[in-house]
Design a protein around this ligand. Structure first.
Ligand SMILES: CC(C)(COP(=O)(O)OP(=O)(O)OC[C@H]1O[C@@H](n2cnc3c(N)ncnc32)[C@H](O)[C@@H]1OP(=O)(O)O)[C@@H](O)C(=O)NCCC(=O)NCCS
Length: 224
């Protein structure tokens, strides 16, 4: 008997702004993903869940197939929205990173945890703030969610800057919260809820205003 799945709010989705494109992974991403992950081992390991096997195995073509299958199933169940982060350039697109809205819980919570990374070669260009702003607007709009959380190791200055520039609220200190890079690590909890964006025209619009003010001299409190 064929089981008909109920549509999942907001998934699948393709989002884009300011040269950044978010889309579901495709099987054809395997080679680019393996190359990207392998050349970023040192850049990513301090911040990633402890892998169940070696970096080379986890980030092989077979590893991609496993991850891609798990992501597709999670998307169909409504548990996650997993995006390949690409840059639009030269009339095409280049895979440069990853953004996951995971652990989606609905009913009285309507919340998700965001996780992300970019290739070290494009770090510092504002790719992830734009990607996260797009994803949050999508989560709060078509995704029907109320809250997006980001949990970050206290020493991860770059990631904390991403959420601080976007105006996430620092809410919590979670001792020994996640098993990252071989040990249980403390995390700082940040969050946004839909109420935080009332009268803002969305997070992307607010991020663009913040970024533009920062480009033209001293800005307001949120860009300190
Ligand atoms: C965290 C991360 C996704 C930020 O993405 P991004 O697109 O570089 O974000 P931004 O361009 O806004 O830069 C954020 C901060 O990175 C730092 N940064 C700037 N240029 C950099 C460079 N070339 N290399 C490393 N860090 C740099 C700065 O502190 C910057 O903050 P600023 O804008 O106040 O100067 C990226 O650094 C990354 O992938 N890190 C490794 C994985 C990781 O930490 N994931 C998050 C786990 S919670």
């Amino acid at each position: 008997m064929m089981v008909r799945r109920r549509p999942v709010p907001g998934w699948p989705a393709v989002l884009g702004a300011d040269g950044v494109l978010l889309r579901p992974y495709q099987r054809a991403d395997a080679d680019a993903w393996v190359a990207l992950r392998r050349r970023n081992e040192q850049w990513l390991t301090p911040w990633e869940p402890t892998p169940p096997r070696s970096w080379a195995d986890a980030n092989s073509a077979a590893g991609f197939r496993l991850v891609h299958t798990a992501q597709r199933r999670a998307g169909l169940r409504g548990d996650a929205m997993t995006f390949a982060v690409c840059l639009r350039e030269d009339g095409g697109e280049r895979l440069v990173g990853h953004l996951n809205l995971g652990n989606i819980v609905r009913r009285a919570f309507c919340s998700t945890f965001a996780g992300y990374w970019v290739d070290h070669r494009v770090a510092g260009r504002g790719v992830m703030p734009t990607a996260l702003a797009l994803a949050v607007d999508h989560a709060f709009g078509p995704g029907g969610l109320h809250r997006v959380e980001v949990n970050i190791r206290p020493e991860n200055t770059a990631s904390r800057r991403v959420v601080e520039k976007l105006g996430f609220r620092e809410e919590a200190h979670h001792p020994r919260y996640l098993h990252i890079d071989g040990a249980w690590r403390d995390h700082v909890g940040y969050a946004l809820t839909t109420e935080d964006l009332h009268d803002e025209g969305g997070l992307l619009a607010r991020w663009r205003r913040t970024r533009d003010r920062a480009d033209t001299g001293p800005g307001p409190a949120e860009i300190k």
